[in-house]
Write a protein that binds this ligand. Structure first.
Ligand code: HEM
Length: 517
C-alpha cells in the first residue's frame, strides 16, 4: 500500500475505521439474555440473507452480486421485510467508491464478523446492475433436485450446497409474517439455539434440540432437512464435531458467494486495515493567503491506544528542502481514540494543522513515532521510504466553498490553482457526486470552474482562484455527498482533496449553509 490511493482509502476508512457508521449499524449479536434464541430480528441475519439472494440468480456469467436484488424485492422468492430494510440501510451508504453490490458483499463480511464468525476478506470492485435480472432464488418448497440444480448454476457442488445453507442458517430464522405456513407463531422461529455465527446449526440438527423450522416440518417446506441429509449427514456430522471445520468451510464458501460476480467485473485486492496511515489530508489557502496543511495520522490495530506515545509531523518545503532541526515539525493539535472497533480493533488518531507561506509551501511530509515518549525508540513513518507526497498545484479554498447554497445551486466550490503568475491552468473542474437512491447508484457530474476572484480570500501571487457553482434542487436538503476537484496543468491532471457534502456522514472540509455572496 502506498498513500494516496483514494479508492482504497475510502473503503478502508468505511469498513475498518467505521467512519461512516456502516459497520456499527448491526447491534451486537448476542448471546442476549433477553432473547437467547434470537426471537427478535437480527440485522446481521438480514444482511447475510441479502447477499445470498443477490448472488442466487447467478447463471453462466450473468448476475451474481450485482445489486439487482434491490430491483427484485416484489418477487415471491424475495419475500421478507429484512431484505427491504437492508436496502433502505444500504442506499444511504452509496458512494463513488462503495456501490450497492460492494455494500451487499461488505454487509455479509461485517455480519459474519460481528456474530463471532470467521473473517472473510473483502475485495471491492462490483458493478451495480441497471435493472432487475432473471429470477431463481431457491424457495423452501423446492425439491432436493431443484435445489441441487440451483446451487450448481450458482457454482456450488451438492456438498457445498449443504455447507452454504448451514453457514447461512446459523444466523436468524423464519419470520411469521413472511412465511406464516412455516412459522405459525408471533415471533421469529430461529434456526438454532444461539444468535451467534457458530456450529449449533449442526449440533442442534445432529443431537437436538432441533428447533430449525426448515427441518421440523411441515414436510413440504423442510428444505434444510432434505439438503442436510442429502449426503447421509456426512457434512453436518463433520460440522457438529468440529467448530473449526465449520468456520473454515464457511469462510471459504461465503467468500466464494460474495465474489460471484458477472463476467467482465474484476474485483480488486482485499482491503485490509493499514496499521499507520494519513487520513483527511487537506491543503488549503487561508483567508490571509497562507497555506495550511491538515492531516490526521491513524494508528490502527488490536491494542494501539497508548497515552505515552508521541507522534510528530515533519515536512519539506516546495523545493524539497528540509528545515534545520525541528523548524519544520509540529505536534498534534488534538488526539482521539476509539477502543471498540470491529473485530476487536482500536484506533488512535493524531490531528495536525500547520500553516506556512505560499512561497515556502510543502512538497512532502512524514511522521516520527516515539512509542514510549522517552526518545529511546523513535520510528519514522514515511510511506515506505518515499515520504507522503504533497502536490500544491490544486488546493482547496474552504473559506469560499460551502454547501446548501440557496437558489438553483446547491454548493459553491472554490479551488486555487498554482500559476506563479505565469501559466494558466485549463480544465479546472469539480466532480460532484449525487446519491441517486432511485437508480441506487452514485451519479457523477462534472462542473467547469471559472476563473475569478474570491471576496473572502486575499489574492496571492502564486495562485489563481476558480469557482464552480454546483446546480441542483435546493428543496432536497440531502442531495449531494461529496466533491472532488482537479485541474489540468501542463498536460498533467492534478487532483485536490475529497470534500464531504452536507448529507455525507463524513462531512469533512466543507461548511454548510453559505450565503449567495
Ligand atoms: C435452498 C436454499 C435456501 C432456502 C430454501 C432458504 C430459505 C430460507 C427461508 C424460508 C428463510 C426465512 C426468511 C424469512 O422469514 O424472512 C431463510 C432465512 C435465512 N436464510 Fe436461507 N435459504 C436457503 C439458503 C440460504 C443460504 C445459502 C444462505 C446464506 C449463505 C441463507 C441465509 C439465510 C439467513 C441468514 C436467513 C435469516 C434471515 C433473518 O433472520 O432475517 N439461506 N432462508
Amino acid at each position: 500500500y502506498t498513500w494516496p490511493n483514494p479508492a482504497y482509502d475510502y473503503v478502508e476508512e468505511f469498513l475498518w475505521l467505521e467512519l461512516t457508521g456502516f459497520a456499527a449499524i448491526p447491534a451486537l449479536c448476542g448471546p442476549n439474555a433477553a432473547n437467547p434464541n434470537g426471537t427478535t430480528p437480527s440485522i446481521q441475519a438480514q444482511w447475510l440473507r441479502t447477499a445470498y439472494h443477490d448472488m442466487a440468480t447467478f447463471n453462466a456469467g450473468v448476475g451474481g452480486i450485482d445489486g439487482s436484488l434491490f430491483f427484485e424485492l416484489d418477487r415471491a422468492e424475495n419475500v421478507g421485510v429484512g431484505l427491504s430494510n437492508t436496502r433502505n440501510q444500504f442506499i444511504k451508504h452509496i458512494s463513488k467508491y462503495t456501490p450497492i453490490p460492494d455494500l451487499i458483499a461488505a454487509g455479509a463480511v461485517v455480519a459474519v464478523g460481528q456474530c463471532g464468525g470467521p473473517s472473510i476478506p473483502f475485495k471491492p470492485g462490483r458493478v451495480m446492475a441497471a435493472a432487475a435480472g432473471p429470477s431463481g432464488v431457491p424457495v423452501p418448497t423446492g425439491s432436493l433436485a431443484d435445489h441441487t440444480a440451483a446451487f450448481q448454476r450458482q457454482g456450488f457442488t451438492a456438498t457445498e450446497m449443504i455447507g452454504l445453507v448451514a453457514c447461512g442458517h446459523t444466523l436468524g430464522g423464519v419470520t411469521p409474517a413472511d412465511f406464516p405456513s412455516i412459522n405459525t407463531g408471533t415471533v421469529i422461529a430461529p434456526f438454532d439455539d444461539t444468535r451467534t455465527f457458530d456450529n449449533h446449526i449442526a449440533t442442534n440438527y445432529i443431537s437436538g434440540p432441533n428447533i430449525n423450522p426448515l427441518v421440523k416440518g411441515p414436510a413440504v417446506t423442510d428444505s434444510d432437512a432434505r439438503i442436510f441429509a442429502s449426503d447421509g449427514n456426512v457434512t453436518m456430522n463433520s460440522f457438529a464435531s468440529s467448530a473449526t471445520t465449520f468456520n473454515s468451510v464457511c469462510a471459504s464458501l461465503l467468500s466464494r458467494m460474495i465474489n460471484t460476480v458477472p463476467t467482465g467485473v474484476t474485483l480488486r485486492d482485499p482491503v485490509v486495515p493499514i496499521p499507520f496511515k494519513p487520513r483527511d489530508f487537506l491543503l488549503s489557502i487561508t483567508p490571509s493567503g497562507t497555506l495550511n496543511l491538515q492531516v490526521t495520522a491513524d494508528i490502527f490495530g488490536a491494542s494501539v491506544i497508548n497515552p505515552s506515545r508521541v507522534v510528530t509531523l515533519h515536512w519539506a518545503d516546495r523545493k524539497s528542502t528540509t528545515c534545520a532541526s525541528g523548524a519544520c515539525s509540529a505536534s498534534p493539535t488534538s488526539t482521539t481514540s476509539n477502543a471498540a472497533l470491529r473485530n476487536g480493533n482500536t484506533l488512535q488518531s493524531y490531528k495536525f494543522s500547520v500553516t506556512v507561506s505560499a512561497t515556502a509551501s510543502f512538497s512532502s511530509f512524514w511522521f516520527t513515532v516515539d512509542e514510549a515518549g522517552n526518545g529511546a525508540n523513535v520510528v519514522t513513518q514515511n510511506n515506505g521510504g518515499a515520504n507522503y507526497p504533497v502536490d500544491d498545484t490544486v488546493v482547496n479554498v474552504p473559506a469560499y466553498s460551502c454547501g446548501l447554497f440557496s437558489g438553483s445551486n446547491i454548493a459553491r466550490i472554490t479551488t486555487a490553482v498554482r500559476t506563479d503568475g505565469t501559466t494558466q491552468a485549463s480544465g479546472v473542474s469539480v466532480e460532484a457526486m449525487f446519491q441517486n437512491q432511485v437508480a441506487m447508484r452514485a451519479d457523477l457530474t462534472t462542473v467547469a470552474a471559472t476563473l475569478g476572484t474570491s471576496p473572502i480570500v486575499s489574492p496571492v501571487s502564486q495562485y489563481a482562484y476558480y469557482t464552480a457553482l454546483i446546480p441542483g434542487d435546493s428543496s432536497l436538503s440531502c442531495q449531494y455527498l461529496n466533491f472532488e476537484f482537479s485541474a489540468t496543468f501542463g498536460g498533467v491532471v492534478h487532483a485536490g482533496a475529497l470534500l464531504g457534502g452536507a448529507c455525507n456522514v463524513r462531512s469533512i472540509h466543507i461548511a454548510a449553509g453559505c450565503s449567495s455572496t
